[in-house]
Write a protein of this length. Sequence first.
Length: 390
Amino acid sequence: MTGRRYWWDVTVVGVVLVVGALASLQLETPLDHALCGFVLLLFAVAYAVCARPELGRGFGGGGTWRAPVFVALACVALLLGTAVAPQVATLQAVAYPLTWLISAGRRSAIAASACIAGAVLVGTALAVPGLDGVLRAVITAVLSFSFALAMGLWISSIVEYGEQRAALLAELTAAQGQVEALSRDRGAARERERLARDVHDTLAQSLAGLVILAERAGRQARSGDAQAAAASIATVEDVARDALAEARALVVRTAAVPEAPAFGRAVERLVERFRAEAGLEIELDRGGDASPRGRDAEVVLLRCLQEALANVRKHAGATRARVEVHADADGAVQLAVHDDGRGFDPAAPRDGFGLDGMAERVALAGGSLEIDTAPGRGTVLRVALPGVPS
């Protein structure tokens, strides 16, 4: 804003000096020279005291006492100066735009412009007596006012448009900030959901298995079967170590899953663990080297297998189960878990988190989950994950 005032200072001083020089060439009496110098000084003082301090407010930001005082002093200077020397009317070139810049709005600017035009009209009519002088004054005032009005309305519309754009930009920036905040909240919610699934599919299942094994070991110890109790305690140790490894993996946000060559071994360990925990007869059919492509796919499959076997142990009332894992050449893999348990109604409302969490995990991996079951005829759970194109 300091730069704008600087250029207005240069413009006003330059116009005043040029007008004074041109007028002095035609003025004859010392009184005319003195009056012309007075009106030019009056206009310069009016600018410095009243108009210049208001330039920093922008269009429509004025409305203080300075704006009407500047218009009044400018009208006096133009009327008296034009009556003495017509060249003083050139001050309109800066009076009109200054009036529009410091006025409170369009109506105030139009009214002030009309006052300036009236002052020029009266001064010109006094300078040139007779009908020709009046006609000349009217034409000059009307043309000047019309041009100033057109330019003022045009420039003010541009300024208002810019202010509207700035307000819209501020609103969009605020809205973008809200969207970013919502996105962060959504990301945090998804991370919490992921952690909930991981805890449910790893630590919760391991702890449930530990409870079952500990209860079995207690019963065996109380019945005097020390050898069986020792075997159960050894299994407790193995499951506890696995749970510890899973907990460490969660801390570093990496799945407790080995690389692809050991995927089959991880499946075998899960099956062996549930055999020991539940006392089930679980058959495993791996279909050769059934290893999916990608660590994420391995995590999904192992978590689904873990949840499926946990459901067989807790809810199915089964005596036998079968696990099938088959992979295609492109890495597409199918997991199926069969049991001869009591089954359930898949359309019935579920209170647990396991199956819903499994379905969400599979969907995030781009796969599909199918459950074939009915009350009294066992359950088949199938998971299919796509391969990686060559």
